[in-house]
Design a protein around this ligand. Structure first.
Ligand code: ZN
Length: 387
């Protein structure tokens, strides 16, 4: 049996976590895993995300019965040596955070041997708020707020592009490892290459709030950023498949939507990372990494959300994606337990999947270990450089 317990884990996709002595309830912890719509009280109400305040007893019942919550309860009960109930594990967790929240988070990270976090966060580079992670922090610069802030200040598309270019250069030189964008959430029409002249022609409409015009201006800037990835040596990260936000749930976030852009020879030398394993289009994401030299993927959000399905997901991806282009991540937010469980689940699932391949004679033991290490941390360090 391949023992990966002590192999490092690089989390390719994280949001800020809370390091606090505040006692939480089982529902606080469980609802952090809901990326769906909250309960609806009346037909005329807007669709909202779920939160502890708007929960109905019926809604709470289903939240507490999500597979990911059961897995977390099981893993924490094994760690704490307590009963496997949400109440018991939360009681134990709260005891530890009340005593020393930093020490508790550090213990979780050390146990999972997390050696890096790629943080998707709006804070400036070097902001102490990101010290919430007791490990090396890599940063993504959020492209969308930057574009929205620059748009009203510019007189033309060429000025906007120039200023966007300058910001990206500055941010990468500050130390950011790449850009985060939301191209597929944002765009409602089919993706196709937008030339600068086309963006320039709709610039004023975009400034006035026209959605189609904004999409075109944004896409033209995204294409410019693709060119910069090669020159400045960085990556662009974007959600495909499940975006994580229930209000972004769209039917056209398949990673294949990017093909018209990626097939353009001008962008062949760019570097794109597809996030969230493009779930449920996992196979499509894996095939994209196979078909396009400039596409990588991570299995985040699927990890740890789809913990019960992780072996199958890994098998699908390992079958077609170069093992050198697969990374793992979480998409975690608020709770350090998410990364801890993601690392645990990933290592267990990888052991089983790779053991099976070794048993069948499809991989040697050395190859299996190499693959495990690549996916768990080496690919990320190779792509972003060791700090
Ligand atoms: Zn995400």
């Amino acid at each position: 049996m391949l023992d990966l317990t002590s192999v490092p884990f690089f989390d390719n996709h994280t949001h800020r976590i809370n390091v606090s002595d505040r006692a939480v309830t089982p529902l606080d912890l469980a609802i952090a895993f809901v990326h769906g719509l909250g309960p609806v009280y009346a037909p005329e109400e807007p669709l909202n995300s779920a939160n502890v305040e708007n929960c109905t007893p019926e809604y709470e019942y289903h939240v507490m019965n999500m597979g990911v919550v059961k897995v977390l309860v099981s893993l924490l009960s094994q760690k704490f040596g307590c009963e496997a109930s949400p109440e018991a594990v939360v009681l134990e967790r709260n005891k530890r955070t009340r005593k020393d929240p930093e020490a508790y988070v550090k213990e979780l990270y050390q146990e999972a041997n997390v050696i890096g976090e790629m943080a998707d966060d709006g804070a400036p580079y070097g902001d102490p708020a990101l010290n919430c992670f007791p490990t090396t922090v890599y940063r993504l610069f959020q492209m969308d707020p930057c574009i929205r802030a620059l748009l009203p200040e510019c007189c033309s598309f060429s000025e906007l592009k120039e200023r966007f270019d300058a910001v990206v250069r500055e941010k990468i030189s500050e130390g950011f490892s790449g850009l985060k964008c939301h191209l597929l959430e944002l765009r409602y029409r089919k993706l196709e290459v937008i030339e600068d002249e086309e963006a320039a022609a709709v610039f004023e409409k975009a400034q006035k709030g026209d959605q189609n015009a904004f999409e075109d201006v944004y896409l033209a800037l995204f294409e410019h950023a693709l060119l910069l990835t090669d020159e400045l040596n960085f990556t662009i990260h974007l959600h495909t498949g499940c975006t994580g936000n229930p209000n972004d749930l769209k039917s056209d976030t398949d990673p294949f939507a990017l093909i018209p852009i990626l097939r353009d020879r001008r962008y062949y030398r760019s570097r794109i990372v597809l996030l969230h394993a493009s779930y449920p289009e996992v196979r499509h994401a894996a095939l994209m990494t196979h078909a396009f030299p400039h596409v990588w993927m991570d299995i985040s959000w699927s990890l740890p959300w789809l913990s019960l399905n992780m072996e199958q997901i890994l098998e699908e991806v390992l079958a077609i994606a170069p093992h050198s282009k697969i990374m793992l991540g979480t998409g975690q937010h608020d709770f350090a337990e998410m990364c801890w469980m993601a690392a645990k689940v990933a290592k267990t699932a990888l052991s089983h999947v790779l053991d099976k391949a070794v048993d069948r004679g499809l991989l040697t033991e050395d190859q299996a270990l190499e693959t495990a290490e690549q996916i768990l941390y080496r690919n990320a360090l190779r792509l972003y450089g060791e700090k």
